[in-house]
Design a protein around this ligand. Structure first.
Ligand code: SAM
Length: 240
């Protein structure tokens, strides 16, 4: 049946995502720097700046992987606050947790699917998801879950690849589909995972579509900021 087919396709996607991140976990950070020429650090710094996170806040980093955002937030919230690192993938979560511990930050690390968060309603001030939403099977469910766990006055921040400014699109496509898989092959011996990455970026909803999805799951206000000509966008959903 159509639904049977859809179920298989969804399971396939989840399995594929798991395979990709199992495969790249140990080389993930170095590939991030290489592929984005270090730009991912600026995109994350922008997100941290916009978060308004302060001492005592509770922050959830969804699909937090190797923990860049969690690390920055842990320093900000201090001993009276909480940062939770979460990810569906044990390999990525393990690398993230070890990295934070090595830097003197002990945070709870929870293996969970963003589509079913194991937290009570209205628990967090800020929820972030950086370069993770694109991998999720039901983006609307994941976003509804993130909205559920923020307090009124809180926000959900989605940092993700988006639709690049049209005049530079051919150049960007060449880079994504020709250059990145080759670099991936050399550094991780795994061109396929990086081909998946380029495809998943192309399939991801553009700025306005994602804004619509976020409004659709109940955010009271959604705004976005284009970064690096729309290579990446930061969407912020507010709950009043
Ligand atoms: N946030 C980190 C960063 O910005 O460097 C890691 C991003 S990494 C590209 C994407 C992460 O999303 C992976 O660690 C993957 O395991 C995680 N992920 C994929 N699907 C997920 C889901 N349904 N729920 C939670 N995490 C998921």
């Amino acid at each position: 049946t159509h639904f049977g087919y859809q179920q298989v396709a969804e399971n396939e996607k989840a399995k594929r995502v798991a395979g990709v991140f199992d495969s790249v976990a140990t080389r993930y950070d170095v590939m991030n720097d290489l592929m984005s020429a270090g730009l991912h650090r600026l995109w994350k710094a922008f997100t941290i700046g916009k978060s308004g996170v302060k001492a005592g806040d509770r922050v959830l980093d969804v699909a937090g992987g190797t923990g860049d955002l969690s690390l920055a937030f842990a320093k900000r919230v201090g001993p009276s606050g909480q940062v939770w690192l979460s990810d569906i993938n044990a390999s990525m979560l393990g690398v993230g947790r070890d990295r934070l511990t090595d830097r003197g930050q002990i945070v709870p690390a929870v293996q969970c699917d963003a589509e079913a968060l194991p937290f009570p309603d209205q628990y967090f001030n800020v929820v972030t998801v950086a370069f993770g939403l694109r991998n999720m099977t039901h983006k609307d469910r994941a976003l509804a879950e993130m909205r559920r766990v923020i307090k009124p006055g809180g926000k959900v921040m989605v940092l993700e690849f988006s639709k690049v400014w049209e005049p530079v699109a051919p150049l960007y496509d060449f880079y994504s589909f020709q250059v990145i898989p080759r670099v991936g092959q050399v550094v991780t011996n795994d061109a396929d995972s990086y081909r998946y990455l380029a495809e998943s970026i192309r399939m991801h909803p553009d700025q306005e579509t994602l804004k619509g999805i976020m409004e659709g799951v109940g955010f009271d206000k959604v705004e976005y900021h284009n970064l690096t000509l729309g290579v990446v966008a930061l969407h912020i959903g507010y709950r009043f």
